[in-house]
Design a protein around this ligand. Structure first.
Ligand SMILES: Cc1cc2nc3c(=O)[nH]c(=O)nc-3n(C[C@H](O)[C@H](O)[C@H](O)COP(=O)(O)O)c2cc1C
Length: 216
């Protein structure tokens, strides 16, 4: 800790939001007040970005019929994903992978068009635009958790189909359908763990020293 550290309670709140953030797929309807939604989007907009390119664009889906069409795109991809999974197909189909119809708000997060002109930090790693957008979504996710709102990141869709549906310009790319809103309760652990789909690995297995695979 340094002199620049937050007070104890503030630090605890930051770590609490990080630990208790969950990807949510069960929502209890309701609404998100405009001022709160604005606050969350401002939090997203505070994110770091490579070369300060700020590649994030958010599209709020307020049209109920459009929301339904997005859900349909996700459903189509859910079926294709199940087919691609082979022997785990039926197990996958039992998972709840989105809450588009039940959440208070749907936001689509997209990469901007015209990203090629941003070379700083992307000459060898062009995907740093995606990393930057991900930082913005994580900010939104953590702020939502602190506000008591759930957020679910849905990436099961054909990007071009969603881009066409929302009128994205050439070069822009939707990366996330974000379901946001009140929930009954936050899952105590990742839902994929609770459902027996996957196990989370401990940090100790993923932390190396000096050379890949060498533990401390
Ligand atoms: C980039 C990204 C895409 C994701 N896409 C989906 C998705 O399409 N459907 C879904 O149910 N969960 C999706 N998730 C949520 C993950 O399954 C979840 O983060 C992971 O199981 C860990 O759970 P936790 O977020 O509650 O800690 C996505 C998460 C990330 C980071």
């Amino acid at each position: 800790m340094t002199d620049n550290a937050f007070p104890e309670a503030d630090r605890a709140a930051v770590y609490r939001a990080i630990a208790e953030r969950r990807d949510m797929r069960h929502f209890s309807g309701g609404t998100v007040a405009p001022a709160l939604l604005r606050r969350l989007l401002e939090a997203a907009h505070c994110a770091p970005s490579v070369g300060l390119m700020q590649p994030w664009r958010f599209i709020r889906i307020s049209d109920r019929a459009l929301r339904g069409r997005i859900q349909q795109l996700v459903e189509e991809e859910r079926v294709r994903t199940a087919e691609a999974l082979g022997e785990r197909s039926s197990e996958f189909m039992k998972l709840k992978v989105e809450g588009i119809n039940d959440c208070a708000e749907v936001l689509v997060a997209a990469l901007s068009d015209d990203r090629e002109r941003h070379v700083f930090g992307r000459r060898t790693l062009p995907e740093m635009d995606l990393a930057s957008l991900s930082c913005a979504i994580q900010n939104l996710w953590l702020a939502a958790r602190a506000e008591g709102l759930g957020l679910g990141w849905v990436s099961l869709f054909e990007p071009q189909a969603l881009a066409d549906l929302l009128g994205l310009p050439a070069g822009a790319k939707p990366l996330a359908v974000l379901c946001l809103g009140p929930v009954e309760a936050f899952y105590p652990a990742p839902m994929l763990v609770l459902e027996g789909w996957a196990q989370a690995r401990p940090l100790s297995e993923l932390l190396f020293e000096n050379q890949w695979g060498v533990s401390q």
